[in-house]
Unconditional design. Structure first.
Lengths: 167, 423
């Protein structure tokens, strides 16, 4: 059952990603990307990481891609065809693809001892994630929130009508 | 198999309730708005002269929509235009998976939880699905190739992004108090009493959170006073302007499904879920000989009063219309009488002497009934608010979301955290 679901999500994910790259309409590409993200969430859920799966949908598929679509849709109506060539028309995709396949082939030989373990009980659930974030990686976690705070302050400063800083 | 069959039964039950509520809610909306605006409301559609106060209208609406032309405007995006209504409806139905509609039901010694998927991260799931909900609206608005529809889609996006944050902040207070993200645990936790008499409902322990959440749910479901994506006076009818036939019906039904889900979420998080205040499962099971006759007696009284009122009306308005409509009060009165007679039969069978197993199932049924009653009440609140308040202006909407609700939500969170740390 798990294997069937894995290959199903994997195939849909790859299909969505390929469609996102090859579609000429930017809006269609964004929609395919959302589809790919949702399927990636399905794979996370299979890897006993339910929190990650939900956050993938909540943040990537839900929040970030909405803003993408928001912008892209304003640039392009449903009838407009993009002037850009499809990635299928490019000449350089063959060597790049060959390098990628070679890399994947090389990775098959890498010794993964120590990386692949059976997940301990409670792994990937909200409690385990919270304990990691707020104990082991607390400094990093707080620093990331500082970075975000700086970004918010910057956005407010840029959007403010007054000349100079808003305070 | 031990999972599949009960899950299918639970899903069927939920779908029946939701899809059954939709036409009733449409009727209540039209009739309720007529009541609030002092008009008669829909009452023209009839089956063999019986009009049932407009209850026939949903059937007529469905028939009309089914036989309308499935129109597609020129220059629209074929695929996304067709996909959008399905997506909206699909996502509207997804959230029900994590909503507990009862405690558990014990059949033949096995306990079945009355929730389809008891996720460890139920609240996050709700938020994630809610954040996907905007895509159908956005795609529909964009793919229609219509400026009004597109403006509606843009408004919907920004509105949903803005109010999702307050919604999350409001839920976080509840999460901290019940220290769980599992909706079934939150619902069960609200069965306790504070100081022995006050039910520990979310609205009691988190009053500000409850207000914020209810407002945010109104915004997320695009209902008045936040229905700017539709805004008929400005955008004709917003994102579903170009849709006709059953595609429009899907948008329309999704709105009501979202309303039911909003009501179910408000109930589960802030109004005790399936809990009946002061009547826990143990109390019901041990006092089933008292609770059940009282409940049946009240039901009998209600049915009798309704029957009497209808018969009195039938006598008072005899030959008022001179056609089949005169028989309506009698028809309704007979239905009410039959239900009263059914209650008498149930009373005569004395089901409270059947033993503890039957008492446990009875307690479950009462709790499910309480949940459905609360959900229906909040659905009525949605309709009530829509026909009472005027629509916001767009800048008012944004300043309410970002300058009032966001700081209030943050303050509520800080106060809750301090309180929890001190107690």
């Amino acid at each position: 059952m798990e294997a069937v679901l894995f290959y199903l999500f994997g195939a849909l994910l790859l299909g969505g990603a390929i469609a996102a790259m090859t579609s000429r309409s930017a809006v269609a590409a964004a929609v395919w990307l959302i589809f790919a993200f949702v399927n990636a969430a399905g794979i996370y859920a299979l890897l006993s990481a339910p929190v990650l799966a939900i956050l993938q949908i909540l943040i990537y598929a839900g929040a970030i891609m909405v803003l993408f679509l928001f912008v892209v849709m304003m640039l392009q109506g449903p009838t407009l065809k993009s002037e850009l060539k499809s990635i299928g028309d490019r000449k350089w995709w063959l060597p790049v693809g060959a390098i990628l396949v070679a890399l994947l082939n090389w990775m098959r030989g890498v010794n993964l001892e120590g990386f692949i373990n059976d997940a301990p009980a409670g792994f990937g659930e909200i409690k385990g994630v919270a304990e990691l974030l707020l104990n082991k990686y607390m400094i990093t976690f707080e620093m990331i929130s500082l970075v975000l705070l700086v970004a918010i302050i910057g956005a407010v400063a840029l959007a403010s009508n007054k000349k100079g800083m808003p305070w | 198999m031990s999972v599949v069959v009960p899950s299918l039964l639970k899903i069927t039950f939920l779908l029946t309730i939701i899809l059954g509520l939709v036409p009733v809610l449409i009727w209540v909306e039209r009739k309720g708005s007529a009541f609030i605006q002092d008009r008669t409301g829909p009452n023209r559609a009839s089956i063999a002269g019986i009009r049932l106060a407009g209850l026939v209208h949903p059937i007529a609406d469905v028939l009309k929509l089914m036989f309308k032309e499935d129109f597609r405007p020129e220059g629209s995006h074929k695929f996304l235009y067709a996909l959008a209504p399905f997506l909206v409806f699909f996502i509207a139905l997804l959230t029900y998976a994590v909503i507990p509609f009862g405690d558990f039901i014990e059949i033949a010694g096995v306990q079945y939880n009355l929730i389809v998927a008891d996720l460890d991260i139920g609240i996050l799931y709700v938020l994630a699905i809610a954040s996907l909900g905007t895509y159908g609206v956005v795609m529909g608005g964009w793919a229609s190739n219509n400026k009004y529809a597109f403006l509606g889609a843009l408004r919907s996006t920004s509105q949903m992004i803005s109010y999702e944050i307050s919604m999350g902040l409001a839920i976080m207070g509840i999460m901290m108090i019940f220290s769980s993200l599992r909706l079934s645990e939150i619902a069960a936790g609200q069965g306790d009493l504070i100081w022995g008499f006050l039910p520990k409902w979310g609205v009691v322990v988190q009053p500000i959170g409850a207000i914020l959440f209810i407002v945010a749910v109104f915004a997320e479901t695009n209902r008045n006073p936040f229905d700017l994506p539709e805004g008929e006076s400005e955008l004709v009818s917003g994102y579903h302007l170009e849709y006709s036939s059953l595609k429009f019906a899907l948008f329309f039904m999704a709105e009501y499904c979202n309303m039911v889900i909003g009501a179910a979420l408000i109930t589960t998080l802030f109004f005790g879920g399936w809990n009946i205040p002061w009547l826990s499962r143990d109390v019901i099971v041990s006092n089933v000989g008292i609770v059940m006759p009282i409940q049946l007696g009240l039901q009998f009284l209600l049915a009798t009063i309704i029957a009497l009122l209808f018969f009195m009306r039938a006598k008072r308005e005899k030959n008022k219309f001179g056609d089949n409509r005169d028989r309506e009060p009698v028809f309704m009165g007979v239905i009410a009488t039959l239900s009263a007679a059914g209650v008498v039969v149930a009373l005569g069978a004395t089901p409270w002497t059947l033993g503890p197993n039957a008492a446990s199932i009875y307690a479950t049924l009462l709790q499910v009934g309480a949940f459905v009653c609360k959900v229906v009440f909040f659905c009525w609140v949605f309709i009530w608010v829509r026909w009472t308040l005027p629509r916001f202006r767009y800048d008012q909407l944004m300043s309410l979301g970002w300058k009032v609700m966001l700081p209030l939500g943050l303050a509520n969170l800080v106060v809750t955290a301090i309180w929890l740390a001190l107690v």
